[in-house]
Design a protein around this ligand. Structure first.
Ligand code: FES
Length: 161
């Protein structure tokens, strides 16, 4: 039984498999309403370009991000996840992003332990005035996930048994 579980865990990332030529990664972006979402809005209104692969979900604060959101995203649709909130000290709920940061670090370690590459899930601080930074962050996450290849192709294989 333990060996079976271990086989499944190590097979989550399969770099030896080649992505189809038309493959484009899906990045789920979970953004805090007050800073990062406003930053992403500024990116758009300033007409800055960034990869269109990101699907944005707005949450009241980065502390609202339950690790289960990340796991569900990777299990169903997303090839990568970006969590973004206010800079330390700027959270509208005083210390929400400090809680989020601690929770994120633990979640990331757990995901690594079960076989996900650490670049599949990333975290950043983006303020409402940092439209250019938001574009850079999305570009970097997308590039990292492209290097890793698709994840959804392997989902049925890894989770449906
Ligand atoms: S309100 Fe933005 S991280 Fe808390």
């Amino acid at each position: 039984m333990e060996a079976e579980v271990k086989d499944k865990i190590v097979s989550i990332e399969k770099p030896e498999l080649v992505a189809p030529p038309d493959w484009k990664p899906v990045i789920m972006g979970i953004l805090c309403n007050w800073c990062s979402y406003a930053g992403s809005d500024l990116t758009g209104t300033s007409r800055m370009q960034y990869p269109p692969n990101i699907r944005i979900i707005r949450v009241p604060c980065s502390s609202r991000v339950d690790p289960w959101f990340i796991i569900k995203a990777l299990q169903t649709t997303a090839d990568g996840v970006l969590i973004s909130g206010c800079h330390p000290g700027d959270c509208h709920y005083i210390s929400g992003n400090y809680y989020a940061r601690r929770r994120f670090l633990v979640t990331k370690e757990l995901l690594k332990m079960v076989g996900f590459h650490e670049h599949r899930v990333q975290y950043s601080w983006v303020s409402a005035a940092e439209g250019a930074k938001f574009a850079q962050v999305v570009k970097k996450v997308t590039e990292d996930v492209v290097k890793l290849g698709p994840l959804h192709l392997y989902k049925k294989e890894n989770f449906s048994k």
